[in-house]
Design a protein around this ligand. Structure first.
Ligand SMILES: CCCCCCC/C=C/C(=O)SCCNC(=O)CCNC(=O)[C@H](O)C(C)(C)COP(=O)(O)OP(=O)(O)OC[C@H]1O[C@@H](n2cnc3c(N)ncnc32)[C@H](O)[C@@H]1OP(=O)(O)O
Length: 309
């Protein structure tokens, strides 16, 4: 199906009506139905599953899932959130009807505030280990996903939130200078691990990543676009429409060719974490358990609270 047709059918909501289906490449499920299926015939339903943190709707006719973060106040990535996110991705990955996912937020002004800082404060070594394994798991799953992944960044997206967007195939951000995105770990007195850095470097290049990481910069949307951190800026009301258009463009290619190319581009970075996973967990525990780091995190949380009053 031509991208323009898919977009026209998607409309503003970004949810496909049930009368269109792009070619289902490489799926061992027989010949794909005609994309010109006349309206009015019984059609595949839109499947949805939801948990406390995330809502997912899969339009079986287009193969596109919409994943919305819905964990107020700021979609912080708690252990529960990370686990639900990984499970949702795994479900989609294993669903032969799904070829791509658009990731966005159901909350206004916030895509995700990054890792839940309270999960890294005053907890046991066992908890830190479980939490960090869940962060690794999510990244391995998202960065290594066979699906087409499009981030529709409709609000601020610091640190872990930025990593989620960086791990997708394409990033579209709402054109609002009040929304910022970046790996600001240094501002919290912590250090982004090598695989956050590798993901960032692969997108913006070494020099921009080095400066941005050292300064812990949060880039307002227009600057993030100039740096190549996000691929496109669009008015907020057009975000989902644009995400659907991009998805249609990427889905127009045969899955196997796109997937093998993605693997070729990302494998080295993924393999590096897989090879050093336990070491990375130990390193995280040692670092985060230091009293000086705990103090920095507590001060940062206090600063967030003071900012409100
Ligand atoms: C080898 C060692 C490796 C260690 C690597 C660790 C890698 C870490 C990655 C991370 O992701 S760390 C988290 C970084 N995140 C941030 O710096 C974002 C902090 N938050 C904000 O800047 C703002 O909250 C916001 C996202 C811009 C939203 O602003 P808004 O004004 O809309 O809301 P707030 O009033 O600030 O927040 C509401 C509420 O939420 C709490 N909160 C915000 N962010 C987090 C968070 N990341 N974790 C936990 N809690 C968070 C905030 O304190 C407020 O709480 P209450 O005061 O309402 O109780």
């Amino acid at each position: 199906m031509a991208a323009a047709t898919l977009v026209r059918r998607l409309g503003r909501s970004g949810v496909l009506p049930l009368c269109c289906r792009p070619p289902a490449w490489d799926r061992a499920r027989g010949p794909p139905p005609s994309p010109l299926q006349p309206p009015g015939l019984p059609l595949a339903p839109c499947r949805s599953f939801s948990n406390n943190k995330i809502q997912v709707e899969l339009d079986e006719s287009s193969g596109v899932a919409m994943m919305k973060f819905k964990s107020p106040p700021v979609n912080s990535l708690s252990l529960e959130f990370l686990t639900e996110f990984s499970i949702s991705l795994e479900k989609l990955e294993n669903d032969r009807a799904c070829r791509g996912v658009i990731i966005t937020s159901a909350l206004p002004k916030i895509f995700s505030s990054g890792l839940d800082i309270t999960e890294m404060c005053g907890k046991s070594v066992e908890h830190y280990s479980e939490f960090w394994r869940a962060v690794q798991e999510l990244w391995l799953r998202l960065y290594g996903s066979n699906l087409v992944t499009v981030a529709a960044v409709n609000g601020s997206s610091p640190a872990g939130g930025c990593l989620v967007a960086l791990s997708c195939d394409y990033r579209i951000m709402a054109d609002n200078p009040k929304f910022s995105i970046g790996l600001n770990e240094a501002q919290l007195g912590i250090v982004a691990p090598f695989w956050f850095k590798d993901t960032f470097v692969n997108i913006v290049g070494h020099r921009i990543a080095e400066r941005s990481l050292q300064l812990g910069s949060l880039h307002p949307a227009p600057e993030a676009h100039r740096l190549g951190l996000v691929d496109e800026l669009v008015p907020e009301e057009k975000l989902m429409e644009k995400a659907a258009a991009v998805m249609a463009q990427w889905l127009a290619l045969p899955d196997h060719a796109r997937q093998l190319t993605k693997t070729m581009m990302r494998k080295a970075v993924l393999d590096r974490l897989v090879a050093h996973r336990e070491e990375d967990i130990k390193n995280f525990i040692t670092f985060i358990s230091k009293e000086s780091i705990q103090k920095s995190l507590r001060m940062y949380m206090e600063m967030l609270k003071k900012k409100k009053s």
